[in-house]
Design a binder for this molecule. Structure first.
Ligand SMILES: *Cc1c(COP(=O)(O)O)cnc(C)c1O
Ligand SMILES: [Zn+2]
Length: 417
């Protein structure tokens, strides 16, 4: 692999560091971000070289912070961008697309961030990867560690959906439930990262991890024929995805892959029971006040104290987007709407996105003339508990034609008037 990575730079004070396992600035505690030689990328990378790359997110390797080793790639990313005509008709958005992240190897967009982080962990010489997770991250870490022949230790809050627990433990990963909120799990992992020689993908490897999120935007532009959309709707947990999506469109322009300066309005989506960023947006506040006890059914988004919350808030505001929240009932209705109109079954986080998409369209924040992309980030089989009795069999009948006729009524028969 050719690398264009130059090192890590503090987002707040600009201090520079070598590309090692480190996530915060020693001077000011600001978050660190990889920086790249964009001029060299511009000279080496074209639409053609990308098209000739693998049918996974690794076709964008030049923009990723992995240096030497072969990537740990389960076929991550390069998911379909579906023209959503039927959903668009319901919402009054004729130019709507859905990026279908349910198709990833572990059925959520977390495969993108983990593919980068596990590749980097191996390159830095780690033998064990770990994470603080709301569910999907643990699943993705466990699968990628197994494929890379590494050990995995994953930490989750109690009370997660059973599908996500089984789908993590099955790979042989050590799955540790912590009796507390995600924020308490995350704090524990921060302390554990100092004690154990592990690569916590979203703690000490967070700068690399977050970069994987950019690929969802690169693919979007490529799939739109090398154009940026006008408006995107992104679910927000830590805020990393939203912030990286916004940045990724600017990167593409900086290396000459987009003909025009992108002007993408970026909107965020949260669940009402855990919506610190949406609350700050509504109040016009500059700070994101943490939510102590998240209650939303969108458990994968239930981060009360989001690490990138303030940056996500700024991106939404400065781009002319909005951050909005959906109630549990709205989330479940939106899951049904997406499934009925587009044939895509999403987890609760996707319901949050589609519900917020609908609300922002109804309020005129998202306009009918805009090309809109909604990021549907995870698959519905992972959150069956949350749907309870909502999606059930229409009937249970005896194996007899009379029983079927009794259920259907007369009007359904061939030749009925
Ligand atoms: C983690 C996650 C998100 C949001 O991720 P952040 O980058 O932490 O904001 C969105 N959707 C799903 C399904 C997730 O698992
Ligand atoms: Zn700093």
């Amino acid at each position: 692999m050719t690398t264009y990575l130059q090192g890590l730079t503090c987002r707040e004070c600009g201090a520079r560091y070598p590309a090692e396992a480190r996530s915060a600035c020693e001077e000011c505690f600001g978050p660190l971000e990889p920086t790249y030689d964009l001029e060299a990328i511009r000279a080496a990378v074209s639409r053609e070289t990308i098209a000739a790359g693998p049918a996974s997110m690794w076709r964008y390797q030049a923009f990723l912070p992995a240096e030497r080793d072969p990537e740990v790639d389960l076929g991550d990313g390069f998911t379909p961008l579906r023209r959503a005509r039927r959903l668009g008709a319901e919402l009054g958005l004729p130019n709507l697309y859905v990026k279908d992240e349910t198709r990833n190897p572990t059925h959520s967009f977390k495969d993108r961030v983990v593919s980068v982080a596990v590749t980097k962990a191996r390159e830095l010489g780690f033998e064990t990867v770990a994470c603080a997770s709301t569910g999907n991250l643990a699943h993705a870490v466990a699968a990628h560690a197994a494929a890379a022949g590494m050990d995995a230790v994953t930490f989750v809050p109690t009370g997660l959906e059973s599908g996500k627990l089984a789908a993590t433990a099955v790979y042989g990963a050590r799955l540790v439930e912590v009796d507390g909120t995600y924020d308490e799990v995350n704090r524990l992992c921060g302390e554990a990262a100092d004690e154990y020689p592990w690569a916590f993908v979203n703690v000490n490897l967070r700068p690399y991890y977050a970069e994987g999120s950019k690929t969802i935007a690169y693919e979007t532009a490529e799939q739109l024929g090398w154009r940026a959309p006008d408006h995107v709707v992104v679910p927000v947990a830590s805020g990393a995805l939203l912030v990286r999506v916004a940045k990724a469109f600017r990167d593409l322009r900086a290396v000459g892959l987009l003909d025009e300066e992108p002007s993408v309005r970026v909107s965020g989506a949260q669940g009402v029971g855990c919506s610190p960023v949406a609350t700050a947006f509504a109040q016009g506040a500059d700070d994101v006040r943490p939510v102590r006890t998240p209650t939303t059914i969108a458990r994968s988004l239930a981060i009360g104290d989001p690490a990138d919350g303030m940056y996500a808030l700024r991106e939404a505001r400065e781009s002319g987007g909005a951050v909005e929240a959906a109630t549990d009932a709205e989330i479940v209705e939106a899951v049904g709407l997406l499934a009925r109109t587009e044939g895509i079954f999403t987890e609760t986080a996707g319901g949050v996105t589609v519900a917020v998409l609908g609300k922002l369209a109804a309020r005129g924040v998202i306009r009918p003339d805009e090309t809109v992309v909604a990021y549907v980030t995870g698959m519905g089989l992972k959150t069956l508990e949350a749907y309870g009795e909502r999606f059930r069999p229409a009937a249970t009948i005896r194996p007899r034609l009379e029983a079927l006729a009794a259920f259907l009524g007369d009007g359904a028969r061939k030749g009925a008037a």
